[in-house]
Design a protein around this ligand. Sequence first.
Ligand SMILES: Cc1cc2nc3c(=O)[nH]c(=O)nc-3n(C[C@H](O)[C@H](O)[C@H](O)COP(=O)(O)OP(=O)(O)OC[C@H]3O[C@@H](n4cnc5c(N)ncnc54)[C@H](O)[C@@H]3O)c2cc1C
Ligand code: SF4
Ligand code: SF4
Length: 606
Amino acid sequence: MKPTDIGVPEYFHKVVDCQWACPAHTPVPEYIRLIAAGRYDDAYMVNWHSNVFPGILGRTCDRPCEPACRRGRVEENNGEKPEPVAICRLKRVAADNKGDVKARMPKAAAKKNGKRIACIGAGPASLTVARDLAPLGYHVTVFDQDPRAGGMIWSQIPRFRLPMEVIDEEVGYILDLGVEFKGGTKIGSMKKLLAEDYDAIFVGSGAPRGRDLDIPGRKEAAKNIHIGIDWLSSVSFGHTDRIGKRVIVLGGGNTAMDCCRSSKRLGGEDVKVIVRSGFEEMKASPWEKEDAQHEGIPILNYLVPKTFEHENGKLTGMTFEKVKAVRDEKGRRSLLPTGEPDQRFECDDVLVAVGQENAFPWIERDAGIQFDQHGMPVVDMVTMQSTQAKVFFGGDSAFGPKNIIWAVAHGHDAAISIDKLLNGEDLKERPSPIVNLSSQKMGIHEWSYDNAISPDERYKVPWKDKTITLKNIKVEVELGFDPATGFKEAQRCLNCDVQTVFADRLCIECDACVDICPMDCISFTRNGEEADLRGRLNAPARNPTQDLYVSGELKTGRVMVKDEDVCLHCGLCAERCPTGAWDMQKFLLDLTHAGHGCRTPQRKAA
Ligand SMILES: Cc1cc2nc3c(=O)[nH]c(=O)nc-3n(C[C@H](O)[C@H](O)[C@H](O)COP(=O)(O)OP(=O)(O)OC[C@H]3O[C@@H](n4cnc5c(N)ncnc54)[C@H](O)[C@@H]3O)c2cc1C
Ligand code: SF4
Ligand code: SF4
């Protein structure tokens, strides 16, 4: 293998598993250390800079970082119950315990630059575009048909998961940047909007249509059959505050979980979730299923809806066919009837939460924006630009329903593109991240980070007593970690951003690092092709998604090969090395957002 070029930002970025997996590339271990140090304001600002909504995401993020977390991998090898660091809920510790951070927020631009941007929809994607562009002097107007800004963050996510004050605070930081918000304004025509001569338009209108279920009885019993997302927004708007005693929720995703838990709080006594697929295959996150079950809501699997039954226009029940999952020789799964008798459940109301679709009735098909055969706009995945040069898409409207953190990531990318477009630059030339690598050495056995490995298992976020939470839909269920537990959970982080950096020229091949490494990560061996090398290291490197760090040729003709996969970043190799060939260096990577840093001439001059 060729010697590893650690100067390429992606190399060490990939070692920081959580940051690599986060769509907004939040510097996770950096903020976790700040939380451990009690520096909550700083931890909050690190988050705010990259993911814009730390308090909201600290309660609701889909957490793509956690399955990637090294702690889970390392515990898988060593412990009974492998669990990643509670990255998401630690974010909330920073948000809950910070002081007043208003003074640290960017200021509204003193002078506008004369360019006008329209954002359609006030969800997290548009709000991110507004946050990135308003301080640069752009006049950003955000339109939403709803009276409040926040999009599905406030219209769909129930208050028992996300209190209104948290939304108001974080949406407020953005609107305070001089962003113009026009609530209660539905945009009915893209052509008309284009005629208003905005310099750029960002479409962040989400995926607003819930799928229906067209089976016998649907029309006749319509009064008691509700589309899940419409029903949830009606609850958020305060238009709905009751539901029947016996409720069936159809669907296995997070919307179904919010529907059933909301029903329990609005008069539902016998609430059940019924799903076509098996429990493990359900789209809902494991923690959402756990929360619903904790509230006494049964989840029934492998039941396919057949009919809605009704009497005199009133829903009386539903019948389901029992199915089982069968795999063909290619491993493809299908659901086949078991042949057992159908199952019937009585009910007063049904909430249909079987998926979401995009809908753009307000974008005329001759407005210069190309749509594909599925009715989705053709959008460049890097620049977020549509086929009409000044129209950009992001969040759920771009590629279908995802989540908040993806909406934020798209918003940052679109803001960069808009800023470049309006400065006459090539949108395809994307800005490099800002990277810093600095030694953490303070003494022979002393580092500026805490390198002891905590043996603790993941701490559980406490819940408020359900006799209280089930009575009031606005009472938040999760209490969040207190600072002491937050500290202990933060200590579980392995500081994957503190990198093992190897200097070939200092190595005397004494093997001291090989002997001390608790994970057998390091080998000195003759070079070879990657597949061959992986098989003959001291501990075979079996995870091909993690790189091998290979040195140049050493004096004996061998090379140093380190498997990045299960390194604990404990620094013992660097402590033991007699010549300082190993050093522990902190790698800090921040994405470049819209502004001077992302413009090409600026970077070429630097
Ligand atoms: C029940 C439910 C629970 C969810 N829970 C989570 C969760 O816990 N964590 C998570 O990460 N994600 C969750 N999601 C997904 C998340 O809410 C979305 O992925 C995210 O909000 C998408 O952001 P966005 O900016 O694309 O648009 P949205 O948040 O969908 O906002 C779009 C806005 O555009 C407005 N709009 C649409 N058309 C027009 C128009 N023509 N004129 C004016 N305004 C218009 C809409 O009113 C809406 O306010 C959930 C979704 C649902 C349905
Ligand atoms: S151990 Fe810490 S730095 Fe490493 S992946 Fe997990 S949260 Fe990120
Ligand atoms: S930091 Fe060094 S000693 Fe510790 S696990 Fe990683 S390679 Fe081994």
